[in-house]
Design a protein. Structure first.
Lengths: 298, 434
């Protein structure tokens, strides 16, 4: 039963972050996941300082605010300040993360919080944290929180699919149609920060960042259709969670680490064997095609 | 004050170790980071720093002891592997560089977590030491660290001096270098190696986050102040070192304050100040230039319109009210007021009862702007075969930009003599004819 809950948690995190990650991937902002996962630290600490406990709601609020602040800082540094985008990302998240550490050091004696417990949630503990209602076991609490997040993200994407889709694929066209490009950008980033923070507690930062980028990238290798890509992302996320858990049981090693590595393994398989643009297929084609024909390009 | 004296008086050997470590490490990272920044690979440091965990853990697993040399070797090896993986993904698949960085970061770090949990469970070892290898222990720096940093700094300086021209080419125009037959890939490899050496040597002392920040922020900051690579390298080094000193000083003076994060805050401070206040490239300088340009255009537009009124009634020195001018083109009252101030301060004319009276200089200016406008219309109509009704808008913008040299060239293109005076704009003539 424990295994079931862990795989379910992994799949939920993978689906939510994978679907958001697909948008990030196509906007060439994949490092934003890593950035936001570091940058939310001060938000969590401040929320903790104000409320005094790690209640989910205030944490989520803090995370949204700080996620938007990070986005704002990156946008302004790169657009108004003419800094390279990657440098803006690097400067912003290292700064905010450091602020978080400084806050923790300053209030170390008042709060029971450290970087470990914020950034390194342990997925193995998920089944232990169950909730009861009228003495009825409702299953692990993280499942409910992640499920809620999944519903939120899914409904937002369902409602705003057109806006997200068009601003992702053709920003200039979207602008010319009068679509509020900035709104969609910030909305996406807010969702990414909610997902990151909610998942931190249950699975740890590294797995969220991994699921934000690896399953969508694997799916991206297999299809050019965006809706198929989203579906495949969920499939690869599920497979990574399932086999990652099996590997961790087999080797008795970190579950989050194993899931990331297995997700990476699927990516390698995709790179090699994807029927569209896998290296093997390309190699076979290059042998078959005579030198007179134009070679197949990726 | 006594803190200040102890810190900068070099009396305490612990303080000295921290001081020299941060200075050397900051300087080297600034320099190495500059090349990465110019190659638009600022976040490589973040990935490589995370990717060193499996190497460190694996080296520990193999050797069974916490020998710094073995761990360093492991870190360097897995750093190399990660850079190779990023290059492979970007070159041979459709995955973009940013995604490749994130993928390699998470997969390697995940692998590192697997190995370190394995170590933890098999007991015995001082596992706690490995964590600190990745998250940094700036306060615990010793003279031994200073020696390591000094060694790395010497290597980096020598390599950069020896290969300066090649690195410059590899950073700015790799394709040109390849065409020349230079081993650009080798230079890239060498640069990556320097990055890896720097990170591997620094990561135990300062941790992943500070290492990433030290590789990005000083370079980005230095770029705002100079266009010369030599100056940029030096400046980035100095900024890195200075932030390190600030961080170390704050950590020394206020107990419980960590060195690394305060260094990052200082770095961000330097960056933000540069983003806003750097001459030419700073936000403020750009904003100022834009404001000046807008003022110039407003001034020229008013003079041009007043001259056009003068052309109609042949009285160039007559006072012109805003209302009269607005019949040709609307000028809002607030802009009119600003324009009058500008015209007076630049001595193009005077303002009498809110009406503009141009002096000789102002009339000449209005005349020349009108002339440039019409000249451009003629040019567009004749040389670009644009329909006459389309030329006016373009000329409205270009009339403020044409320099005397450009004017000469246009006249030459059109085979016109230098005192050619178009009488009217083209478009009203054409439109009136219809």
């Amino acid at each position: 039963m424990d295994g079931f809950w862990i795989v379910l948690t992994g799949t939920l995190v993978a689906s939510v972050s994978g679907v958001l990650g697909a948008f990030l991937l196509l906007r060439k902002m994949s490092m934003m996941g890593d950035a936001i996962s570091h940058a939310v630290l001060p938000g969590i600490v401040i929320a903790y300082l104000i409320v005094g406990h790690r209640a989910s709601f205030s944490l989520i609020l803090g995370a949204i605010l700080i996620g938007l602040l990070t986005t704002f800082m990156i946008e302004n540094l790169s657009i108004k300040g003419k800094l390279q985008v990657d440098a803006s990302i690097g400067i912003s998240f290292t700064f905010l993360f450091s602020l978080g550490i400084i806050l923790i050091s300053k209030y170390a004696n008042q709060i029971d919080i450290d970087t470990d417990c914020v950034l390194h949630g342990e997925i193995a503990f998920v089944p232990l944290d169950t909730i009861y209602w009228n003495n009825m076991n409702l299953g692990p609490r993280p499942i409910w929180i992640l499920g809620g997040t999944a519903v939120l993200v899914a409904s937002f994407i369902a409602i705003g699919f057109k806006g997200l889709y068009i601003t992702t694929f053709n920003l200039d066209y979207a602008k010319s149609l009068g679509i509020n490009v900035i709104f969609w950008h910030y909305a996406l980033m807010a969702l990414v920060s909610i997902t990151t923070v909610v998942s931190f507690e249950s699975v740890g930062a590294i797995l969220v960042v991994a699921f934000l980028v690896i399953p969508p990238s694997t799916a991206y290798l297999f299809t050019d259709n965006f809706k198929y890509m989203l579906a495949l992302t969920v499939v690869f996320g599920f497979l990574s969670a399932l086999f990652g858990y099996s590997v961790s049981v087999w080797l008795n090693s970190s579950i989050a680490g194993s899931m990331s590595v297995v997700a990476g393994g699927f990516l390698v398989l995709g790179v090699l064997f994807s029927p569209k643009r896998g290296l093997v297929v390309r190699w076979m084609r290059s042998k078959r095609i005579s030198p007179h024909q134009p070679a197949y390009r990726k | 004050m006594s803190d200040f004296l102890t810190f900068f008086g070099f009396q305490d050997s612990n303080v000295n170790a921290v001081f020299f470590s941060v200075v050397l490490l900051g300087f080297v990272s600034g320099m190495v980071g500059s090349f990465n920044y110019l190659k638009k690979k600022a976040l490589v440091g973040e990935t490589v720093a995370h990717a060193m965990l499996p190497g460190i853990a694996f080296a520990f697993l193999l050797s069974g002891v916490k020998d710094p040399f073995f761990l360093l070797l492991g870190a360097i090896f897995s750093g190399w592997l990660s850079i190779f993986a990023v290059d492979f993904l970007t070159r041979s698949t459709i995955i973009k560089p940013d995604a490749a960085l994130a993928i390699v970061l998470t997969v390697f770090f995940g692998g590192g977590m697997m190995i370190s949990t394995y170590i933890q469970q098999s007991g015995s070892f001082e596992q706690a030491g490995l964590d600190e290898y990745i998250f940094g222990q700036a306060a615990a720096m010793s003279m031994q660290d200073v020696q390591v940093f000094g060694f790395v700094a010497a290597i980096v300086l020598i390599v950069v001096l020896l290969f300066f021209k090649s690195f410059q080419l590899a950073a700015f125009n790799p394709d040109f270098g390849t065409v020349l037959g230079l081993p650009i890939k080798f230079y890239d490899f060498l640069l990556s190696t320097l990055t890896i050496f720097t990170i591997a040597s620094g990561i135990k002392a300062v941790g992943i986050i500070l290492m990433s920040a030290l590789l990005i922020a000083p370079a980005a900051t230095a770029r705002f102040w100079t266009n010369k690579l030599q100056t940029m390298l030096l400046l980035a080094g100095v900024i890195g070192a200075a932030s390190g000193i600030v961080g170390a000083y704050i950590s020394f003076s206020y107990s419980g304050m960590p060195t690394g994060p305060w260094t990052v805050v200082a770095l961000t401070g330097f960056s933000l100040v540069s983003v806003f206040f750097a001459p030419k490239k700073g936000v403020l300088a750009k904003w100022n230039a834009q404001r000046k340009n807008r003022q110039k255009i407003l001034c020229e537009n008013i003079l041009k319109l007043a001259y056009q009124l003068g052309e109609m009634d042949r009285q160039f020195k007559a006072p012109r009210s805003r209302e009269a001018i607005s019949k040709i083109r609307r000028i809002p009252a607030s802009e009119w007021k600003k324009g009058m101030e500008l015209i007076q301060s630049q001595e193009f004319g005077t303002c009498v009862n809110g009406q503009l009276v141009m002096n000789f200089k102002g009339i000449e200016k209005g005349k020349s702007i009108n002339r440039l406008h019409r000249l451009w219309e003629v040019y567009l109509a004749r040389k670009m075969n644009l329909r006459p009704e389309l030329v006016h808008k373009d000329a409205e913008a270009i009339e403020h930009i044409i320099t005397p040299e450009l004017e000469r060239d246009i006249l030459k293109e059109l085979d016109l003599c230098s005192n050619f005076e178009p009488l009217r704009e083209i478009h009203p003539v054409v439109l009136a004819d219809r």
